[in-house]
Structures are given as C-alpha cells and as structure tokens.
Design a protein around this ligand. Structure first.
Ligand SMILES: Nc1ncnc2c1ncn2[C@@H]1O[C@H](COP(=O)(O)OP(=O)(O)O)[C@@H](O)[C@H]1O
Ligand SMILES: [Mg+2]
Length: 622
C-alpha cells in the first residue's frame, strides 16, 4: 500500500497529546484566524469578556478599601458626618463586581458554544474523510460518545478556566499589589504564600483522592452490571436455583463499593479540613500583623478589617479549587480523545492537485490487481479484466470469493496492494475520489437507508431532484406502486437503517436511487437477490434498459439473470477461474457449467432458489 504523503508531515500523530498540546489544539477554535461579523465577532467577544473579568475583579478588590474607609470614619467617639461616599462606593463596587461578571458570561457564551460547534464539525468532517476500513474497525457508538464528551469538556474547560481560574489568579495578583501598596510587602507575601500553599495542597490531595473516586465508580458500575445481568438471566438463575449465589455476589461487590465510597467521603473531609486550616492560619497571621500595626499606631481598625476581608474574599473561589482541578483534568482527557480522532490519517487520499476523472465511454480496466483487507490474508490475486464502454460484464462465484471486494476497489473504498484499476485509461488513484464515486452508480449488496422518509432516501441520490424524476426512477425500479399503496406514500418513514422496509423493498429503493443518480458506470452487487424470481425478471428488464449505453458490472447470484452478459467472469479463490460468454462457458464444461446445471435443476424443482448453488457446485468440482 502506498504511504500517505500527509503521514510524514505528522510524525507524532500516533503520540498522545500532553495537556498543554490539547489546550493548544483548542485555542484556534477560541481565537479564530479572522474576525468578521458573520463569524459572530469571536475575537471581539473574547476581548470584551477579558475586559469584564478585569473590571469585575477590579471592583471586587476595591470593596475592602471602601469598607476600611467607612470603618475608620466611624471609629472615633464623636462622629460628625456619615461617611456617605465610602459607603456608597462600597455598595457600587460590590454591585459592579457582580454585574461585570454577568456581562462577561453573556458576552462569552457565544465564544464557548461556537468553539464547541466548530470543533465538533471539524471532527465529523474528518471522520467522513477516513476510509471505510477505519469505520468498519470502530463502533459508531463509541465514536459519537467521544465527540459528545469532547463537546461537553470544551464547555466546562472554557467556563471553568475563564470564570474561575483566570479571575482567581487575577484577584490574587491584584490583592497582592493592593496589600503591598496600601499596607506593606509582608501582607502581600503572606497572602500570596497562603494561596500557593493552599493550591499545592489541594492539587496533591485531589490527585490522591481521585483514585478512590475512580475505584468507587468502577465498583458501582460493576455492581450494577452484575445486578442487571442476573435479572436478564432470570430464567437461568431460577433454573439452576442460584438466587442466593447471585445476591451474595452482588453484595460482595457492593461491600467493596461501600469501602471505596466511605474512603472517598473521608478523603473529602481531609481535603476540606486541610483547606480550612491553611486559610485560617493565613488569616490569623495577617490579623496578628495588622493588630501589631494598630498597637504600634501604624494601622487603623479599618485596615485590620480590610486585611481580614481580603483573605476571606480570596478563600471563596479557592474553595472550589479541588472540584475545578478535577474537572479540568477530566475535561482534558475527554478532549484529548476527541482530538485524537483528528489525528487519524485517512488511508485513501487524493494526490495533491489530482484532477477530476473525465469519463468518455466508461471503460473499466483491472490490471493484475491484488488485494487483501489484512496483510496476512490475500483476497484477490492478480485479477485482470476489461469492461469495454457500454458493455455488461457479470461476476459470479461462491460467497466470500471476493466479488463485492472488486466493487469496493473500483469505488476506491480501498487502494489496491498491487496492480492498477483504471477508468477510461486514468488510474483511479490519480484522480479525485469524489469524481470516481460520482461516475459510478452502485446498488450495494446490503442497502442501508437513512432514518427518514422514502422521498428523502430517493432524492439523496440527486440534490434538487423533482417529483417527476423521483416518480420516473421509482417506476423503473418497480417500487412506485408499492410506495403509493402506503398510507403515507412517499412521506413514509423507513425506520432505523431502513429496517421498516423488507429486503426486497430496500433493494428497489437502492435501484431507484441509482437510476436517479444517472452515472455512466453501473455496479449491481447482487442487486436483486432479495426479490422473488417474478419481480426480479421484471426489474431485470428495466435494469437492462437503464444500463443501455452504460458500462455495467453485475455481481450475480442467480445465473439466469446474466445469461446475456457480454462476458462472464467466474471468481474462485481470489482469481478469475473462467471467462467467456454464457454459451462459451457452458461448452467449456467447467465450474460455471456445473453451477448452471445445478441451478437449472433446482429451478425446475422449486421455481425458487434456496441456497448458494455456486458454493455447492464449486465444492463438487474440487
Ligand atoms: N472489511 C473487511 N475486512 C476483512 N475481511 C473482509 C472485509 N470485507 C470482506 N472481507 C472478506 O473478504 C472475502 C471476500 O468478501 P466479499 O468480496 O464480500 O465476497 P463476495 O464474493 O461474497 O462478495 C470474504 O472472505 C470476507 O470475509
Ligand atoms: Mg458480496
């Protein structure tokens, strides 16, 4: 397989991002390259929100100073004037502190939500560029959960850091400056030291606590699974008389959970007591210093109060720091998972500057193609054939012989390991994937539909299709009358993956869709296998009509449907075992001839085919 050129540009794509790298990946979403009104003025909003943080904290750190002035003005025995200015200023500053915080939230809301929208969109777009192989290897549920968690974590990361961490850091700095300027450097030093000790203690303790939490969560999950499983197996439990065993197993896990949960709670108490102790010591030291200052006549009662208030005011946001730290940690882990998806390199990529495929006649050519989904197991081995423009070539062979794989390679869901596939002389690896897929209409072996209306599923093949187009295609696919007979007609919902339609109905929707798409090259992968012989015959006639003048590859289950193909290729053990027209292959008397004889016999017997005759015939031929 050729290596993707992009892979060399991201040699570290397999490496895990550090927390800091996760934040760096997130930043462009919060600070987009250009700021236009249509993009919601994101940069502008960030700046205004920042200004609000400053304004809010500025106002908050001033309140103790006004309080100090008011107290000092009121302290003497004979107060002549009410210190109106200080009191009003105190009230106004408090109000502004709250108001600016609210404005910040309102202005910033769009930034956070927009970052969520754009990053989730980027991940979804990227997932669509990834190869079929990636998607087959992954559970879709797990993918969407990663995106969902990532989205939630962006919100919490942004709001926590912006509404808690950043303002708190700012407040510590401002309080430090004020204490230093208004009182002395010692007050500032004690305050900052207290905060640093507090934060360090909180991080260390929280990290230690996290393992109890994880443990109790795990055990809780396990107990739950255990209980649910025993109820789901209700009959089995009864049948073996193991009720007591089930309950005691459950209780065993629950008793472990009990221990872990108690430890979680106890460690929280330790955290809280420790935090309170650190703050109290800090406040105590500051108050002793202020009291000494008052005794020495250097400070006032107002100063004494202000110093106390500063410390207690700082303690408020710090109180949540354990929670904040834990959440940031978790958010970074979740976000890393989401961004990891962005690192996955698509396996099938367009060459830089690849032109679009130009289809003239639609000649399809496989030259010495070898391929395996897994390097350890070869599926196709040196397959060569040509479908001339407008010809119909049929592929037949036992299940698992690699027929559908040939279709997937032509569609370039995978790149060949060796050899070359070309359309009208252009190697499909040298043109854009999009143009290749646009020029091929495929009716897959298993049709999956969108959980929407029949009309939506049909029109999906051609953006802007008119009702007439849709009707026409539905008629040719013999599904129009059926749709009309439904109570909701074309507006009928088809259910998850189209499960409310029968296999044959789904196949006919897929056929109509391909007719609507009108591509110059057609690929029918056992397109009529789920239909009864009668309907199949009718649709076959229409398919023939549709495929006139178009290059057509038909993968067939029932040989009777491909007798008039221009060429029939018999695929066996990853290679082409026989090739020729129906008449030639019958005369040759090989695999095809015996499979044909078998199918004819069972047709005569039951007018209906039950199993895979070809597989039986192939076995018999060995
Ligand atoms: N995505 C895949 N990964 C690994 N093996 C696969 C994959 N798809 C198909 N195969 C295997 O490749 C072989 C050929 O499959 P396919 O081309 O679908 O056969 P068929 O001739 O029945 O259409 C089968 O043995 C199948 O198990
Ligand atoms: Mg198949």
């Amino acid at each position: 397989m050729r290596t993707a050129p992009a892979a060399t540009e991201h040699p570290d794509s397999a490496r895990k991002r550090t927390d800091w790298q996760v934040i760096k990946t997130l930043l462009p979403f919060l600070w987009p390259a250009k700021d236009v009104p249509e993009s919601g003025n994101i940069r502008m909003r960030v700046l205004v929100a920042m200004a609000c943080i400053f304004a809010a904290k500025g106002a908050i750190v001033l309140t103790p100073l006004f309080l100090q002035q008011a107290i000092d003005a009121l302290s003497p025995q004979d107060v002549a004037l009410i210190p109106l200015f200080a009191i009003v200023a105190y009230g106004v500053a408090r109000f502004l502190g709250l108001a600016f915080a609210q404005i910040r939230d309102a202005v910033f809301a769009k930034v956070g939500v927009r970052a969520v929208r754009r990053s989730a969109g980027a991940v979804l777009a990227h997932l669509h560029t990834l190869s079929l192989k990636f998607h087959l290897d992954r559970r879709t549920g797990a993918l969407t959960r990663s995106i969902e968690r990532g989205m939630v974590s962006i919100e919490s990361l942004v709001s926590i850091s912006l509404f808690n961490v950043l303002p708190t850091i700012l407040e510590v700095i401002l309080v430090g400056i004020i204490l230093w300027k208004v009182f002395s450097g010692w007050f500032a030093a004690v305050t900052v030291a207290t905060v640093l000790i507090y934060v360090t203690f909180t991080i260390v303790t929280t990290q230690w606590r996290m393992k109890f939490r994880r443990e109790s969560n795990n055990l809780d999950n396990r107990a739950n699974t255990r209980a649910v499983d025993s109820l789901l197996n209700y009959e089995t439990v009864k049948a073996f008389g193991n009720e007591a065993l089930e309950v005691s197993e459950y209780d065993r896990v629950m008793s472990q959970y009990e221990k872990a949960a108690v430890r979680t709670q106890a460690s929280l108490a330790i955290l809280n007591v420790g935090q309170a102790l650190i703050i109290s010591i800090g406040v105590g030291v500051l108050m002793i210093m202020a009291a000494k200052g008052k005794v020495a006549g250097a400070m006032t009662v107002g100063d004494f109060t202000a110093v106390n208030v500063y410390m207690l005011q700082l303690a408020q946001p710090l109180n949540f720091f354990g929670f904040v730290y834990r959440n940031i940690k978790q958010a970074l882990v979740d976000l890393e998972k989401m961004f990891e998806l962005l690192d996955v390199e698509p396996e099938v990529i367009d060459k830089p500057g690849a032109p679009a495929l130009t289809v003239a006649g639609g000649e399809v050519k496989f030259e010495h193609v070898s391929f395996g989904y897994d390097a350890r197991r070869q599926i196709l081995n040196d397959v060569s054939f040509t479908v001339a423009p407008g010809q119909m070539v049929a592929l037949v062979g036992a299940t698992g012989s690699g027929k559908s794989t040939i279709g997937r390679l032509l569609y370039r869901y995978y790149d060949v390991n060796a050899g070359r596939i070309s359309i009208d002389g252009q190697d499909i690896r040298d043109v854009t994937q999009d143009s290749v897929r646009r020029s091929i209409g495929i009716v897959p072996q298993d049709t999956v539909l969108f959980n929407d209306t029949i009309r939506y599923n049909l029109a999906y093949a051609k953006v802007g299709a008119t009702q007439d187009d849709i009707d026409q295609a539905a008629r040719l696919a013999h599904i129009h009358d059926f749709i009309k007979s439904l109570p909701d007609g074309y507006e009928t919902m088809v259910g998850e993956r189209g499960l409310k339609l029968s296999g044959g109905e789904k196949q006919r929707v897929a056929i109509a869709r391909v007719i609507l798409k009108g591509s110059p090259i057609l690929l029918f992968d056992e397109a009529t296998s789920a239909l009864d012989t009668h309907t199949e015959k009718e649709i076959q006639a229409n398919l023939r009509e549709v495929s006139v003048g178009r290059t057509t590859l038909v993968i067939a289950h029932r040989l009777s449907t491909i007798v008039d193909a221009d060429q029939i290729l018999v695929i066996d053990k990853g290679g082409i075992a026989e090739r020729g027209t129906h008449a030639q292959l019958i005369t040759a008397g090989g695999l095809y001839a015996s499979a044909w004889a078998k199918q004819q016999k069972s047709m005569a017997a039951a007018e209906e085919l039950a199993g895979d005759e070809f597989a039986i015939a192939a076995d018999a031929a060995e």
